[in-house]
Design a protein around this ligand. Structure first.
Ligand code: OSB
Ligand code: MG
Length: 367
């Protein structure tokens, strides 16, 4: 595929409700949409970097810099065969996986549109619908958390994740567990604790949680092994797994029993599939994480989650859980059995609402 042009759309979209985690509070979501034109076809990808470096060191600012000054110059005018070819081309650029993954997504979209194949089929997905869940941010109080969770449960979400942080952990999780004894429930600490906090975290082990996500440092693997040794509940790694190699380290160290796969964090869908395959070999369940994506990134997540070893419900919710108005014409809806349909159209299988794209645009960079 000869790369004719790449346009970056720096967007800012209001969220339906603020999203609070242990690292901060977002009221709107900034992201970078990548539009690649090749031989008369247009492909889209979403870079999931956020405005602040709270989840990851990358931001929309660093992503635009790395894309504009390093990745795009390598690609323009070049014939890029596929995702692996792209990874080889950018292998001289250290890190910046969120930026790379956004471009790789657009290449998959182009590839699918060119061959008239859905992303699901290109990646080797096997499901027509996937199990989903909702990630609930930290609320004002345990009482308001219960109301929020009840709202999602009544909408049909059968799996709920709640965000925790020191001071808002065991009490919040216990409140949700006693109100919803049979709910598939899990917690995500986004690296808010250290090994010294084992005593604080230990009561979580009695709440029949599906998993405890990323309790310790964002770059740690070994301390998670020490923590896992003392917990019955599976520890799940998110932030720490930035490459297939890190997934292998975690497996070999028994640092976790589950991995949250995000194509953005890993540098692209090709790397996400590699982590999926690695985990499948050792029977370690995986699930698809989310970054409050637009319809573009959501389409990519849904396709990825259709691979066979995605055996736990993903942090993939209906479009209306995030945005009143999305940038795709299609919206993702929740089925009554807490699943979501996998798009069947070519590439990502979604189309851009040009008017919405324009309305949300902070800046547009043409190359
Ligand atoms: O840690 O999984 C996380 C959102 C932004 C950054 C990090 C995380 C999240 C979520 C939201 O949990 C998942 C979603 O997109 O619904
Ligand atoms: Mg997480």
């Amino acid at each position: 595929m000869k790369i004719d042009s790449i346009t970056l759309h720096h967007l800012c979209m209001p969220l339906v409700a603020p999203f609070e985690t242990s690292f901060g509070r977002e009221v709107d979501r900034e992201c970078v949409l990548i539009e690649i034109k090749s031989e008369g076809i247009t492909g889209y990808g979403e870079c999931v970097a956020t405005r602040d470096p709270g989840y990851n060191y990358e931001t929309t600012g660093t992503a635009i810099h790395i894309l504009k000054d390093f990745i795009i110059p390598i690609m323009l005018g070049r014939d890029v065969k596929d995702a692996m070819d792209f990874q080889t081309l950018v292998s001289g650029i250290r890190g910046h996986y969120l930026a790379k993954a956004g471009v790789e997504m657009a290449l998959w979209d182009l590839l699918g549109k060119r061959e008239n194949k859905s992303l699901r089929d290109l990646l080797g997905g096997v499901r027509e619908k996937i199990e989903v869940g909702v990630s609930v941010g930290i609320q004002e109080s345990a009482q308001s958390l219960l109301r929020t969770v009840a709202g999602y449960v009544s909408q049909g979400y059968a799996r709920v994740k709640i965000k925790i942080k020191p001071g808002r952990d065991v009490e919040d999780a216990s409140a949700v567990r006693s109100e919803f004894p049979n709910l598939r429930l899990q917690v995500d600490a986004n690296s808010a604790y250290s090994l010294d906090d084992i005593k604080i975290l230990k009561p979580l082990d009695m709440l029949n949680l599906l998993l405890i996500e990323q309790p310790l440092f964002e770059d740690d693997i070994w301390d998670h092994h020490k923590l896992q040794e003392q917990f019955e509940t599976p520890i799940c790694l998110d932030e720490s797994i930035v490459s297939p190699r890190h997934a292998r380290y975690a497996i070999e160290m028994d640092a976790c029993r589950v991995i949250n796969i995000k194509a953005g964090r890993l540098g692209g869908l090709s790397q996400a599939v590699m982590v999926h395959d690695l985990c499948r070999k050792v029977s370690m369940p995986v699930w698809c994480g989310g970054m409050l994506e637009t319809g573009i990134g959501r389409a990519s997540n849904v396709a990825l989650a259709s691979l066979p070893n995605f055996v736990l419900p993903g942090d993939i919710s209906a479009s209306d859980r995030y945005y009143v108005r999305d940038i795709t014409n299609e919206c993702f809806v929740l089925n009554s059995d807490s699943t979501m349909d996998v798009p069947r159209g070519a590439g990502l299988g979604v189309t851009i609402d040009e008017k919405a794209l324009k309305d949300y645009s902070l800046n547009k960079i043409n190359t």
